[in-house]
Each structure stands twice: as structure tokens, then as C-alpha cells.
Design a protein around this ligand. Structure first.
Ligand SMILES: Nc1ncnc2c1ncn2[C@@H]1O[C@H](COP(=O)(O)OP(=O)(O)OP(=O)(O)O)[C@@H](O)[C@H]1O
Ligand SMILES: [Mg+2]
Length: 391
């Protein structure tokens, strides 16, 4: 039995989180994968989402914090901001991390949409502090057609990869987005307060160029590890970034890119005041090519697209392990969907050897038979979780 070398949860407690009034889940201190199976609506994804809240951001559903709070049956159809009393929710975990044992708690106070965070009982306002102890990557059914949909979800996927590598990325993104929102509203309301605009533009330039630089850096690291495929069944992905700053940074010094962006922002004031849009890190995108087939990911089959996403995530995990000595927790919702049994089993072989916890869900228990003896199995039924079998 392999003991944690890096990161894993040994106890998870949910209070008023989604469908869970309360859940206490104790896990063996091993790094065996954890498999949660149960019917539709049983509460599997809610557990993965709860774990994702132990890292910076809004979790794997990008939810509003008020939507996460448990609602009584009668309230579920109501939008969160209409006549529903806000509920206090929390997720707490005991974690074995590279820095030793740590307890992390997060949640909201009644009525607040700010996330409180406690690390070993001490409150912190910096979400990035969480990254010292735990990092997380995930794949959900919503990402199954990532390459065919809107760039927003692709950017989110990319930024999660970058954030797992670079703990400051999520904060920079959030500062950039806040400044951009303020800049746009000043202009659209016709408030040409030069000092205020210049202050916001300085923040946009500093954060924007840092965001683009981090994206470029992480993509090139992942690309290096992608070149050495884990298995022939997981295709080699070629990733290309298409953002304007990302492109400029490939050929020019960061200070020059900052100056050019500052100038573009100044010039864009008039157009944006009239309802036009600015291009920047918030409009960047990335394309992925299935190298063996020399085909754009958007044209690949659903299973091939999922295999590409898994290749990227596995390459990132190897890069993090080699370069930072960190292994992120992996949350794979509906992991078996779209994968043929050969690919699924190769994936399970790879995951069973990871030095950090991998959480997987599925409706069909038989899809995980290959992992018997190498994973902990839990039944999820009506938001109750029972240990089924420990190897
Ligand atoms: N804020 C909330 N309060 C109470 N229940 C909620 C809340 N948000 C979601 N739910 C409910 O939680 C239940 C379990 O959801 P979850 O997504 O975890 O199911 P699942 O087991 O992953 O199902 P599937 O196999 O269909 O993906 C659902 O019935 C959902 O409506
Ligand atoms: Mg689900």
C-alpha cells in the first residue's frame, strides 16, 4: 500500500453544501484512487465540487457562492437572489500535504458572498495561501465538448492549468477582471476621469502581461511533457495560444509588450465608451491539435477530445511533479464517459500509480472493475456516502 508522498485528504466534512446537510467522510491515508458511484442526482459531483473549493476560485462548476448553499427541496427552483434566506455552508478537510498535516476550512457566513478561509484555524483573506498545501485539477462532463464551444470555457480550463502551476495566477486574473469591469463602466457611463482611468490601465497592463506570460510559460512546460506520451492510447496534443499579448510576448520583451498594451488601452477608450470591446488576456484562446492525426481538436471525435484533455492534464501533472515536487489532486467527474474500455483501463493504470489522490465518479460501477483492489470504492445514495470496499 503506497502512503502519501504528496497530497491527499484524510477527512472531509461538508455542512449545508448543495444536497448535503452534513457529510463526514474518513479516508485511508493512502494515495489510492477514490471511486464514487451512484445513481443520477445521488450527490457525486457535489463532493468533487466541495473538494475543488479547497483551492482558489469558484470551484469546478464556477458557481455563485450563494448557489452552493444547501436549499430545502421547496427552494431549489428559486433563483438564489429571490426570497431565499442565505445559508451558511462549509467544506473542511484534513489534508496530508507536502508541508505536513494541515486542516483547511472554507465557506460563507450568512448572507455573505465572500468566501472565508481558515488554514489550521487561522483566517486568511488570500485564496492563494491555499496553494501551498493543495492544488487541484479537474475534468467534468461540461468540458467534454470544450474544443467545440465558447472560448470562455477553454480559457477557464487553461487558467486552471496555469493556476495549478502558478499560485498567483488566480489572484492576478481576478484583479485584472475587476479593473476591466471598472474601466468599462467608467467609459460607458461617460466618466472620463483621466487619473482614475490611468490607474486602472496601469493595473490592466501589469496584470495582463503577467497573465499572458504565465500562460505562455505553463503551456510550453506542458508541451515538453506532452512530447513524451504516457501511452499510445493518449494522443499527443499540440497547444497553441492565440491571445494578442501572448503572441507579442513570443517575440518581444515584456516591457515593450507592456508599453504597447498601455498605448492600445488609451486608444481604445473612445471605442469602448461607444460599446466596443477591448482585446486582451480576457479574449485569448487556445487551440489544440491532435498531433498523430494532424487534426484540430474541434474536429476530433468526442472520445478523442476527452483523451486529448486527459493527455494535457497528465502532462501537467508530470511537469508539476518534476519541476515543483508537487502533485495535484485530480477530480475526474464521469471519468468513464466516452472512453473505450482499452483507454479507460490504461488511464486507470496510470492513475493508480499517482502519488496524490485521484477522485473519480461514475453511475456505472462495472466501469471501474479493473481497479478492484487498487482503489477505495464508495456508494453514494441520496447524499449519503458508504464505504463499499477497501483493497
Ligand atoms: N444548493 C443546493 N441545495 C440542495 N440540493 C442541491 C443544490 N444544488 C444542487 N442540488 C442537488 O444535489 C443533487 C445531487 O447533485 P450531483 O450533481 O452531485 O449529482 P450526481 O450524483 O453527480 O448526479 P449525475 O450522475 O446525474 O451527475 C441534485 O439532485 C441537485 O439538484
Ligand atoms: Mg454528476
Amino acid at each position: 500500500m503506497a502512503f502519501f508522498e504528496k497530497t491527499g485528504i484524510t477527512h472531509l466534512r461538508l455542512v449545508n453544501f448543495r444536497s448535503y446537510a452534513r457529510l463526514d467522510l474518513t479516508l485511508e491515508p493512502t494515495c489510492m484512487p477514490i471511486v464514487l458511484t451512484g445513481h443520477n442526482g445521488a450527490g457525486k459531483t457535489n463532493i468533487l465540487e466541495a473538494i475543488s473549493f479547497l483551492t482558489p476560485g469558484r470551484g469546478l462548476r464556477s458557481a455563485r457562492l450563494t448557489d452552493v448553499a444547501r436549499r430545502e427541496n421547496a427552494d431549489i427552483s428559486l433563483p438564489s437572489d429571490v426570497g431565499v434566506l442565505p445559508v451558511r455552508w462549509s467544506v473542511a478537510a484534513q489534508i496530508i500535504s507536502p508541508l505536513g498535516k494541515v486542516s483547511i476550512g472554507t465557506g460563507t457566513q450568512d448572507g455573505s458572498d465572500r468566501r472565508q478561509i481558515r488554514i489550521d484555524g487561522k483566517q486568511t483573506t488570500k485564496q492563494a495561501d491555499l496553494s501551498q498545501y493543495i492544488r487541484c485539477l479537474w475534468l467534468t462532463p461540461a468540458q467534454d465538448r470544450l474544443f467545440c464551444g465558447d472560448p470562455v470555457s477553454r480559457r477557464r480550463f487553461l487558467d486552471r492549468l496555469v493556476g495549478a502551476f502558478d499560485a498567483t495566477h488566480a489572484t492576478r486574473l481576478s484583479d485584472y477582471n475587476t479593473a476591466l469591469k471598472q474601466w468599462n463602466s467608467l467609459l460607458r457611463e461617460g466618466r472620463f476621469d483621466t487619473a482614475w482611468l490611468e490607474g486602472l490601465e496601469a493595473q490592466l497592463v501589469a496584470n495582463g502581461v503577467a497573465i499572458a506570460a504565465s500562460r505562455l510559460d505553463v503551456v510550453s512546460r506542458i508541451q515538453n511533457y506532452l512530447a513524451v506520451a504516457e501511452s499510445d492510447l493518449f494522443p499527443t496534443a499540440e497547444i497553441h495560444l492565440t491571445g494578442i499579448l501572448e503572441k507579442e510576448l513570443q517575440t518581444q520583451a515584456a516591457v515593450d509588450v507592456e508599453d504597447m498594451f498601455a498605448l492600445r488601452l488609451k486608444q481604445a477608450r473612445k471605442v469602448c465608451a461607444e460599446g466596443g470591446n477591448l482585446t486582451g488576456p480576457h479574449t485569448a484562446d487556445f487551440t489544440v491539435i491532435h498531433q498523430q492525426k494532424n487534426r484540430d481538436a474541434g474536429l476530433c471525435s468526442t472520445g478523442e477530445q476527452k483523451a486529448l484533455l486527459l493527455s494535457i492534464i497528465l502532462a501537467e501533472m508530470r511537469a508539476m511533479m518534476q519541476e515543483q515536487g508537487l502533485s495535484p489532486l485530480l477530480l475526474l467527474d464521469e471519468v468513464a464517459a466516452h472512453l473505450d474500455s482499452r483507454r479507460r483501463n490504461v488511464l486507470f493504470d496510470i492513475l493508480a500509480q499517482r502519488p496524490a489522490q485521484v477522485w473519480m465518479t461514475g453511475t456505472d460501477e462495472s466501469a471501474f472493475t479493473y481497479l478492484t483492489g487498487r482503489a477505495s470504492f464508495f456508494d453514494v445514495e441520496e447524499s449519503q456516502v458508504h464505504l463499499q470496499q477497501v483493497a
